[in-house]
Design a protein around this ligand. Structure first.
Ligand code: DX5
Ligand code: ZN
Length: 219
C-alpha cells in the first residue's frame, strides 16, 4: 500500500491572509509546503519573490518545496538554499546545463528536482534521472493555479515510474496541477509519490480535512 506525500501550493492561498494559510498548513497532515516562483518570462505570470518567501519561511513548520518557473534559475539557487528550501526544482526547458544545475542544488544541501512541462516526454530524462531526487511533472501548463488536469499525465507517470524502477532509483514523482480527490488515487496507482494541490485545498470549505483526505488516499 502506498500513501502519498502532500504538498499544498501556497499560490492558491489568500495573499492578504498568508499567516493564517501557513498556520493551517502547519496544523495539517501536509508533508511539504509548495512555493511557486514565477518570473513573467518562463511563464506568463508573476507570483511572489524572495521577501514573501522569507516571511513564509519564518512562520512555516513544513519543509519548503520550491518550484522555480523562471529562466536562468542558477542565479537564485543560493538564495533559496539560504532560505532553507528542502527541495528546489528547476525546469528542464529552462536549463541548457541541467546536469550542472542539479549538482549546484545538491552542493547547496538541497534535494534537486527537475520540473517538466506537459509537452516534454519523460524519455528526455533518461540520461539525467539518476541525478534527480525528484521529478515535478506538470499536469497543467505552468503559470496559473486552478487549471484543468491534463489526462495524458497518467501515461507519462506510468512511463516515468518504469524508468525509475528499471534504473533502480529512489527519485520521487511529484504531480503538479489540477490535483483533486477524484484523480489522486489513480495518480498514486500510476506511480506518483507526491501530490501538489493548490486550489483544491485552499478553495475547499475545510482545507484541513481536504489535506487529510488526500493524505489517506491509497493505491
Ligand atoms: C502551476 C503551479 C502549481 C499550481 C497548482 O504553475 O506550478 O503548483 O499552484 O495549482 P492547482 O492545484 O490549483 O492546479
Ligand atoms: Zn508548482
Amino acid at each position: 500500500m502506498r500513501t502519498p506525500l502532500i504538498a499544498p501550493s501556497l499560490l492558491a492561498a489568500d495573499f492578504a491572509n498568508l499567516q493564517s494559510a501557513i498556520q493551517m498548513v502547519n496544523q495539517s497532515q501536509a508533508d511539504w509546503l509548495h512555493l511557486d516562483i514565477m518570473d513573467g518570462v518562463f511563464v506568463p505570470n508573476i507570483s511572489f519573490g524572495m521577501p514573501v518567501c522569507e516571511a513564509v519561511q519564518r512562520h512555516t513548520t513544513k519543509p519548503l518545496d520550491v518550484h522555480l518557473m523562471i529562466v536562468q534559475p542558477e542565479r537564485y539557487l543560493e538564495a533559496f538554499s539560504r532560505l532553507g528550501a528542502s527541495v528546489i526544482s528547476v525546469h528542464y526547458e529552462a536549463c541548457p546545463h541541467l546536469h550542472r544545475t542539479l549538482q549546484q542544488i545538491k552542493q547547496l544541501g538541497c534535494k534537486a528536482g527537475i520540473a517538466i512541462n506537459p509537452h516534454t516526454p519523460v524519455e528526455a530524462l533518461q540520461d539525467i534521472l539518476h541525478e534527480a531526487d525528484l521529478v515535478c511533472m506538470m499536469s497543467v501548463n505552468p503559470g496559473f493555479g486552478g487549471q484543468q488536469f491534463i489526462e495524458h499525465t497518467y501515461d507519462k507517470v506510468r512511463r516515468l515510474r518504469r524508468m525509475i524502477d528499471e534504473q533502480g532509483l529512489q527519485t520521487l514523482i511529484e504531480i503538479d496541477g489540477g490535483v483533486k480527490q477524484s484523480n489522486a488515487a489513480a495518480l498514486i496507482a500510476a506511480g506518483a509519490d507526491v501530490l501538489v494541490a493548490g486550489s483544491f485545498v485552499f478553495c475547499a470549505d475545510d482545507p484541513l480535512q481536504t489535506i487529510a483526505a488526500l493524505k489517506q488516499t491509497t493505491a
